[in-house]
Design a protein around this ligand. Structure first.
Ligand code: PAF
Length: 290
């Protein structure tokens, strides 16, 4: 078990990454907001498959939270996070402060247009602009060859893929499957803020998506029908505060009418203080089982 090098300043991070690059080492970045769980650890494992130096960034990025969102209550525990990283053989933990990462007159942003419009972009205006801006800064400071993101935030991963392509970064963006609790709830740092009752009901979000998946494998091809089945299930069993239930094209993230190509079924709900999102990807092989 070896502790990762803890790096606080962007300058030091740039120096270390460029020395690794001069030594022809392959760098993977796993960007996180901390309060690490098995989901993050699976991203680290995926990073290790292709790279010989792993950087995990831990930064709760204020730019991606709206004024009434949970920036202040977002769970944090840096000591425990560093202990976890030691167990997974991470080489560097980049933990900038808000002050050293965003200068007082910080006034630049990176924005991806179309992919950020629907889904989480509807209820969280400005959220993706905050994500793409901070990820740009992380890419510039860490100079990764590979960056790994989780499938739970599928829209985020697709937005970052698009940004990387559009800005000609030679970075391989990998998407790792969602890791779930024993009852199906997608792992998320925010789950720590659920009440006991909410925690016991929360897996019904995934259950609703699975119901939709079953209908698709049974032959239903109307996206609207699937959307209604999932929506009703979540409304009856979990909450009426449903932000969206969507059946979308896996590449364009656009709504579809007929299910005939790779799709994602995705949903977001609000429980009292906590917003939950989840999704299932259905590829042609899943579809052909109908
Ligand atoms: O998914 C997250 O944890 C964050 O959005 C990210 C990618 C670390 C950017 O702050």
């Amino acid at each position: 078990m070896s502790k990762p090098e803890i790096i606080i300043t962007p300058d030091k991070m740039c120096l270390l990454a460029s020395s690794w690059r001069s030594d022809r080492l392959k760098i993977a970045l796993v960007p996180t907001m901390g309060f690490l769980h098995e989901g993050h650890l699976s991203l680290i494992k995926k990073a290790r498959e292709t790279a010989n130096r792993i950087i995990v960034s831990i930064f709760v990025n204020p730019l991606q939270f709206g004024p009434n969102e949970d920036f202040d209550s977002y769970p944090r525990n840096i000591e425990r996070d560093i202990f976890q990283l030691s167990k997974y053989g991470v080489d560097a933990a980049f933990i900038p402060t808000i002050q050293n990462f965003y200068s007082p007159n910080f006034s630049t942003s990176v924005d991806v247009n179309d992919l950020t419009q629907g889904l989480c972009g509807t209820d969280r205006p400005g959220h993706f602009k905050g994500v793409t801006t901070v990820v740009t800064k992380l890419f510039n400071t860490c100079s990764p060859h590979v960056a790994v993101f989780g499938q739970k935030d599928f829209q985020q991963a697709m937005v970052i893929k698009r940004m990387t392509r559009d800005l000609n970064w030679n970075i391989d963006i990998k998407i790792a499957p969602t890791v779930r609790e024993h009852d199906g709830l997608a792992m998320s740092s925010r789950n720590a803020n659920l009440t006991t009752l909410e925690r016991s009901n929360a897996p019904k979000l995934y259950k609703g998506l699975c119901k939709g998946q079953t209908e698709i494998t049974n032959g239903v091809r109307s996206a609207k029908k699937i959307q209604q089945i999932i929506y009703c299930f979540i409304k009856e069993n979990l909450t009426e505060q449903i932000e969206y239930v969507e059946v979308i094209d896996k590449e364009t993230l656009e709504r579809i009418d007929t299910i005939s190509r790779p799709i994602v079924i995705a949903a977001a709900v609000r429980l009292s203080k906590t917003r939950l999102i989840d999704n299932i990807i259905l590829s042609p092989s899943n579809l052909s089982t109908s």
